[in-house]
Design a protein around this ligand. Structure first.
Ligand SMILES: [Zn+2]
Length: 149
């Protein structure tokens, strides 16, 4: 059965960082809990190993050597450098295609040179009116005339 005790608390206990009263309480729990009793020796060993580990001092030219190693590393191929740009270019192309498809009749009305759009519309309405009047005239001319005699 797994113990509900906090693993971080066990690590603190194993490294001796708990307050004495808290450590005593947890020590009594560990005596009765197989789960915790099994883990505390490992945590203690790791804590002691970290305490005794003596890291070498960083040399003064550490940064220079690190950057020279980074520079000497295998250069990245141009296709790899281009890779992040491909999704961006694809998204931009899709946005442009969407804008283009949204406005299929986007070509502006091109009036004849020297004629404004308003003048062209007025001329079109006038032609429609003339055609309508001709229709009336044709309808009237087909009717028998009453006062021709
Ligand atoms: Zn436990």
């Amino acid at each position: 059965m797994k113990c509900p005790a906090d693993p971080a608390l066990l690590v603190d206990y194993a490294s001796g960082r708990l307050a004495p009263a808290r450590a005593a309480d947890l020590g009594r729990h560990i005596e009765t809990c197989d789960f915790c009793a099994e883990r505390v020796p490992g945590y203690s060993a790791i804590s002691e190993a970290l305490d005794t580990w003596d890291s070498p001092p960083v040399s003064l030219d550490f940064n220079r050597r690190l950057w020279s190693k980074i520079d000497a590393a295998q250069p990245v191929r141009w296709t790899r450098r281009l890779f992040p740009a491909i999704p961006v270019a694809a998204a931009a192309a899709m946005m442009l295609a969407g804008l283009w498809m949204e406005r299929p009749h986007a070509s502006p009305q091109v009036p004849a040179p020297g004629v404004s759009v308003v003048e062209a519309e007025q001329a079109e309405r006038a032609l429609d009116d003339i055609q309508l009047l001709r229709g009336f005239d044709d309808a009237l001319s087909d009717r028998p005339q009453a006062n021709t005699m």
